[in-house]
Design a protein around this ligand. Sequence first.
Ligand SMILES: C[S@@+](CC[C@H](N)C(=O)[O-])C[C@H]1O[C@@H](n2cnc3c(N)ncnc32)[C@H](O)[C@@H]1O
Length: 352
Amino acid sequence: MSTDMNMEEIQEYAGNMLGHMVGAATVICSDLAHKLGFYGHLAGSGGMSAGDLSQAAGTNERLTRELLDQQASAGVLTYDAEVDTYALSDAGAMVMAEQHSPAWLAGGLGAVRAMYVGLDQVEAAFRGDGGVPWGDHHPCLFDGTLEFFRPCYEHHLVQEFIPALEGGEERIKSGAVVADVGCGAGLSTLTMAAAFPESTFVGIDFHGPSIEMAKAAAEEQGLSNVRFEVESATSYQGSYDLVCFFDCMHDMGDPVGIATHAKSQLGENGSVMLIEPFAFDSRQENHAGLGGAFYGFSSFFCTPCSLSQEVGRGMGAQAGEPGMRAVFDEAGYGNFQRISETPTNIVYEAFA
Ligand SMILES: C[S@@+](CC[C@H](N)C(=O)[O-])C[C@H]1O[C@@H](n2cnc3c(N)ncnc32)[C@H](O)[C@@H]1O
């Protein structure tokens, strides 16, 4: 080791990495606390002792105490030493306990767990052809994905994204036929179906277990204007007023072929609506903030999923507007535009 190394710089670098280790431990500990129902018990309680919480949740008291101390160390909970209780703030409850809050995050932690669980198969893909089919991951990915995107679909899709389409919601309101391709567990499809009862929605995904989850949710909600089909993005048939690809186009192997197929399934004045992860136009700009999570998910799930399919374009989750525009140009669309965005997503509409 060179003697003129800058110790301050090394300490700063190590401090950054240690911060990530605390974050990694906090994510998995919070996922466990979520699974055990701790946040639900703590929300609105004004604080609970480890004993009371373990009794309410039916968990081992000693282990509960240890996890609560981890959560207090990481700022997820607060600790009141005088009365020996742990509390979840009202703001914290919006993030960790309220499934339908716009700030809900606890359910999405399962998607990060899937990275840890799937490390060995992803390592093998890195040493091999790069492909890991979506369905080969642990089921916590499918549930984690559903919950990660829940705030977007429940609070933005019908309220902002559909009205931003050309023709707005009027076009989708009265008897439209809509395909939601790569719908996963179908939350987006069901959200639209509930909001537009006069229209018909078809959720399509090639992953059977996700479609089973979607069918069960549709039955539970008693919606009759929606159906789900196990089908690839290149083989579904119909005449649609709107074909949606929500947080899935970049996961697909042949996005140009898939966009071309969508074009052939559009009725008169039909369009394609895309929701993609937020990304800036350049790689450097993405190397900050959420880029650490998006490139992480992309290394483990999105890009291996694409590389496991025909063509294997491997766009990655941070392809951004330049990447998506190129796909729709190559597929021969005449019009492609950004119509809305949130801090985590960009929404586009394309016309043939
Ligand atoms: C990141 S998930 C998004 C799921 C859903 N749209 C959501 O937002 O929760 C990507 C989905 O694309 C599906 N998918 C990937 N490639 C596909 C293909 N070629 N045909 C059909 N579905 C595909 C996967 O099975 C998975 O459900």
